[in-house]
Write a protein that binds this ligand. Structure first.
Ligand SMILES: Cc1cc2nc3c(=O)[nH]c(=O)nc-3n(C[C@H](O)[C@H](O)[C@H](O)COP(=O)(O)OP(=O)(O)OC[C@H]3O[C@@H](n4cnc5c(N)ncnc54)[C@H](O)[C@@H]3O)c2cc1C
Ligand code: SF4
Length: 482
């Protein structure tokens, strides 16, 4: 344990943000790291608990060795902290930036005081490793001769590819997009996760021997059964990319888009031409409404603000969460809390009000005679519990409101993987249409085919995708060696 009284002596200090007004002018990352001395102070707040809940079932999904690397950072053993972090997490530079950090809501210190800054400590360890030149390709020393095809280059496919390559198997990753990374590349915007970091990491994997085939849609450009013939094992890590729609009158109007149409095209144009090619949906000078209050919705807010929208509202059908833990979410569970994410803070700075409207449902989109969106109609909803304790929603009579809008982004979640590949491989699906494969085994009904990440568990988090990719790699390795 670093400093026995660290948690008593020092306050929690998060990384600082660039001011919203400044950061809204660009798509660069906005977190400003602490200096090394400040970071060691933060690491010293860890109590090295007898039962470290940060690593428990409620905490870190990849079982990061959190108290160990906190102690190493406090004691200035940065290289050792880096090697300890590398044991459990293939991509800490991604989780250190975008993870909602269930480790922190499970941290024991959080019972009485603000939790240890675990996520920021993680990002600092790996960023420091890049800066010091410790991140170099380390190819495996021998090869098994076995070949594995990974379909999908999101965090689950890439974590599996990394593990399997390190275990000595020949790995080929097939990606239908022009760039690698899945939602790390074309979902999460650049200001939250710099795409240079994504490219740098996958460049290392390529130097270590992983083969990448971009612009290759498995099921169209390469037939799935051909992969099964050509490879010793196949991993389906294709994500949950079917968006949930809002089928109300006027859905076909020009100006109503799925969030991913907006976010993906924006990042692609940003990387290809710094938004000069015009190949994206611009929110400049537009009245924007984002429907859906999760991460994706917030990313639509941040992107619209950077384009220069002239008004911004964000609808959520659920009620506003409480600001502190409730009986429903006791420690150490991950609570649903009311908090301001970066897009909300930026909207407050620009328009003087929080864009979020809770307990509201969209009834209809309105348009003009050219088929263009001009607005929408909403109704308020009320939530009550029935006699069994289940939540029930009811519309509030007479609460209809009309809103002006030129652009609406639907950020309503995802409904599992696309069907083409699943059907070509004859894979069974679960009740939610995900690829059916037991967690921990990851093997589908086809003995050579495994499933991992959002394609198997449904829409989730980067850290869970890494967990699943690592687990699937372990099972594929056992299968290949048996
Ligand atoms: C806008 C947005 C913001 C998010 N923000 C966060 C966040 O801040 N923090 C967080 O933890 N999580 C976040 N998430 C969730 C997180 O990104 C996902 O849970 C995670 O990326 C899932 O990883 P995956 O590897 O399973 O799938 P994906 O990342 O979806 O990757 C799947 C890949 O498979 C490819 N593919 C699909 N079908 C084929 C095929 N037939 N042939 C070849 N390639 C194919 C796709 O092109 C894609 O590249 C966010 C999600 C979205 C949509
Ligand atoms: S639960 Fe918090 S204080 Fe305890 S070991 Fe983990 S990070 Fe440190």
């Amino acid at each position: 344990m670093g400093k026995p009284t660290g948690f008593l002596d020092f306050e929690r200090q998060k990384v600082k943000d660039r001011h919203p007004r400044e950061r809204m002018g660009d798509f660069r990352e906005f977190l400003v790291p602490l200096n090394p001395a400040e970071r060691r102070t933060q690491a010293s707040r860890c109590m090295d608990c007898g039962v470290p809940f940060c690593q428990s079932n409620y905490g870190c999904p990849v079982d990061n060795l959190i108290p160990e690397w906190n102690d190493l950072v406090y004691n200035g053993k940065d290289y050792e902290a880096f090697t300890r972090l590398r044991k459990t997490n293939n991509f800490p530079e991604f989780t250190g930036r975008v993870c909602p950090a269930p480790c922190e809501t499970a941290c024991v210190l959080g019972v009485t005081s603000p939790a240890v800054t675990i996520k920021d400590n993680e990002a600092w360890i790996i960023d420091n490793a890049y800066e010091k030149g410790w991140m170099v390709p380390v190819p495996p020393t021998s090869r098994s001769g076995k070949k594995v095809a990974v379909i999908g280059s999101g965090p689950s496919g890439m974590a599996a590819a990394d593990q399997l390559n390190q275990a000595g198997h020949y790995v080929t990753v097939f990606e239908r997009s022009d760039r690698l990374g899945g939602l790390l590349m074309y979902g999460i915007p650049n200001m939250k996760l710099d795409k240079e970091l994504v490219e740098k990491r996958f460049g290392l994997m390529e130097a270590e021997g992983v083969e990448f085939r971009t612009n290759t849609f498995v099921g169209k450009d390469v037939m799935a059964d051909q992969l099964v013939k050509d490879f010793d094992a196949v991993l389906v890590a294709t994500g949950a990319t079917k968006p949930r729609d809002l089928n109300v009158p006027g859905r076909q109007l020009k100006g109503v888009h799925f969030a991913m149409e907006f976010l993906s095209a924006n990042t692609k144009s940003l990387l290809s031409s710094n938004l000069s090619d015009g190949n994206y949906i611009s929110a400049k000078g537009k009245k924007v409404i984002v429907i859906g209050g999760g991460d994706t919705g917030n990313d639509c807010l941040g992107t619209s603000l950077r384009h220069g929208c002239i008004s911004l509202d964000n609808f959520e059908v659920l009620p506003q969460p409480s600001e502190g833990r409730t009986e429903e979410f006791p420690w150490p569970t991950y609570p649903r809390l009311y908090k301001a994410d970066y897009g909300h803070a930026e909207a407050v700075d620009k328009f003087g009000k929080d864009p979020r409207v809770y307990s509201i449902s969209t009834k209809e989109f309105l348009g003009n005679d050219r088929g263009e969106l001009t607005g929408l109609v909403t109704i308020d909803v009320a939530w009550t519990k029935d006699e069994k304790g289940a939540w029930k929603m009811a519309e509030v009579a007479g609460s209809e409101r009309t809103w002006e809008a030129d652009l609406v982004f639907l950020a309503l979640g995802f409904l599992g993987p696309e069907e083409t590949l699943v059907q070509q491989l004859g894979l069974e699906q679960d009740a939610r249409s995900n690829v059916k494969a037991t967690y921990g085994k990851f093997q589908t009904n086809h003995p050579k085919v495994f499933g991992a990440g959002d394609a198997r568990r449904g829409q989730s988090l980067v850290v869970w995708a890494i967990n699943e990719g690592r687990g699937a790699a372990r099972e594929i390795d056992k299968f290949l060696r048996s």
